[in-house]
Design a binder for this molecule. Structure first.
Ligand code: KG4
Ligand code: ZN
Length: 474
């Protein structure tokens, strides 16, 4: 049975002090001098086997000590005590906090089971060992509104997303027209344009959502990878807002954002394989739970989107060439012979050879005085891209026994890629989700969605947070 310790019960107090003498010195004087202190006891046949000492301070509770006698551990006594305490405090407090040694894996996993999340690291809290401050929100019904900020390349975007899955409002200001004349993004011009745009885009987003900054719970920002000058504009905006409005600041890896664009369509199911295909990335990623990423392979040179854009230059298609080549591919047929790049058993990709093959083909035809059929070339090129992407992705699904596939990144807007994956997945009974077309390319809705899960994973940053042009997805 589980009971609250009554300060008049001398016998139980003595037993408690005796069993847990290494921590509990004088329980009676603690109870008499500290009006917030309480002890929850697990008693079996008159013997105390475990206890929780907690402080109940108005609308908050803190677990000060929690222990089960060593000979009775692993019997579920800790789980029962914690479950009892949480039920007891439901409706009475906003949250329960505690500190735990960072190497106490058993305790941490118990707390996580009860939805405690990491809030902060307490350096050297236990004589040279770090402590982790964990918190369990008791406000289960409260919705969490995340403000997402994205500025890693040439889109300035703000978005508000509820509970990681429901988009409230998004504004994307694209600089495509500014960079078009240069055939690609010019970093210096991009960061200046971000500086000019941020305040307007934020205001428009709040207006569209009919919300004020006070109603926002978290601020999530993409702090890498990307163009460093561009990233810094978003990051500084995020820090300023977090500081001004006292909101937690959550860093989000840009690729985690692309992945969570799918969560706005349908809740992610695990385990899953994500094929990330964008202007800067081509990666296969395995996830067995939220915000846990294992990279299986990536491109050794150019990203697939970059390859589309470079091929676009050779056949006189404006930047960004991806969408236009996709359209042309549907108007042509597969007549040109191009090599399957890095057609091996690995999960890595290579696209620079394919790009060179297209360049050579165009030059050779020109030298022979033959005119290239651009639609046929687009189709032949896209077929090879789709072949290699689907082949390696299906291998990964097979090897890891995974039944869920998602696509992510700008290139996942590609019609040829979507059609082929949809067909293959239907044949093989694999669940698939593609992001909405408008959220395939860079946007802040995906950052806000990912930010919610990063927060649940305890990834709160302080104001020393930096931006990185290269950053591993971890
Ligand atoms: O994800 P994103 O907006 O930026 C990065 O994080 O890199 O992706 C932009 C890339 C560009 O290279 C663009 O050409 C490509 O996505 N893209 C496409 C399509 N739509 C955009 N590539 C192929 N087919 C498309 N339909
Ligand atoms: Zn992107």
């Amino acid at each position: 049975m589980i009971v609250e310790l009554d300060k008049n019960n001398k016998e139980l107090i003595e037993q408690l002090e005796h069993h847990f003498h290494y921590v509990l010195m004088d329980v009676l004087s603690d109870l008499e001098s500290n009006p917030f202190s309480n002890y929850l006891l697990y008693i079996d046949n008159g013997d105390i086997k475990g206890y929780i000492n907690y402080y109940l301070m108005y609308d908050r509770a803190e677990i000060a000590n929690f222990d089960v006698l060593i000979e009775y551990q692993n019997q579920g006594i800790g789980t029962k005590l914690l479950d009892n305490l949480i039920k007891k405090l439901e409706g009475k407090v906003i949250n329960i906090t505690l500190e735990v040694r960072c190497d106490n894996e058993k305790a941490i996993s118990l707390y996580k089971k009860f939805n405690f999340i990491d809030k902060a690291l307490r350096k050297n809290y236990y004589n040279g060992i770090d402590g982790i401050l964990m918190e369990r929100s008791m406000d289960k019904m409260k919705d969490v509104y995340v403000l997402g900020i994205e500025s890693s390349c040439d889109e300035t975007s703000f978005s508000i997303v509820k509970n990681g899955c429901e988009e409230i409002a998004t504004v994307v200001s694209s600089q495509i027209d500014i960079h078009k004349d240069y055939g690609g993004v010019v970093p210096e011009i991009a960061s200046r344009a971000h500086v000019k745009n941020v305040t307007f885009v934020l205001e428009e987003c709040l207006t569209k959502a009919h919300m004020t900054m006070d109603e926002i719970d978290l601020i999530a920002v993409s702090n890498g990878p990307g163009l460093i000058g561009s990233l810094l504009v978003g990051l500084e905006s995020a820090k300023t807002l977090a500081w001004l409005y006292h909101k937690p600041l959550i860093p989000v890896h840009h690729i985690a954002g692309h992945i969570y664009a799918n969560n706005l369509v349908k809740r992610l199911s695990f385990p899953l394989i994500a094929l990330v295909i964008s202007g800067g990335h081509t990666e296969l990623i395995y996830m067995d739970k939220d915000y846990s990423f294992k990279k299986l392979g990536s491109t050794l040179d150019d990203a697939v989107g970059e390859c589309y854009d470079k091929v676009g230059k050779v056949i006189d298609v404006d930047y960004p060439a991806g969408p236009k080549i996709d359209k042309m591919a549907h108007e042509g047929s597969h007549t040109y012979n191009l090599p399957m790049p890095l057609n091996d058993a690995s999960y890595n990709f290579s696209f620079s050879g394919l790009k060179s093959a297209v360049i050579n083909l165009v030059h050779n035809e020109e030298q022979r005085g033959k005119e290239i059929n651009k639609e046929d070339l687009a189709c032949s090129f896209q077929e090879v891209v789709v072949d290699i992407l689907t082949k390696k992705t299906l291998n990964a699904l097979d090897e890891y026994h995974v039944k869920n596939l998602i696509l992510a990144g700008g290139v996942s807007a590609n019609r040829g890629i979507r059609e082929r994956f949809a067909n293959l997945c239907e044949n093989k009974n694999i669940n698939y989700t593609f992001p909405e077309i408008k959220y395939c390319t860079d946007n802040a809705a995906m950052i806000a969605a990912a930010g919610y899960y990063a927060y649940l994973d305890g990834r709160v940053a302080d104001y020393t947070l930096n931006a990185y042009s290269n950053m591993e997805l971890k």
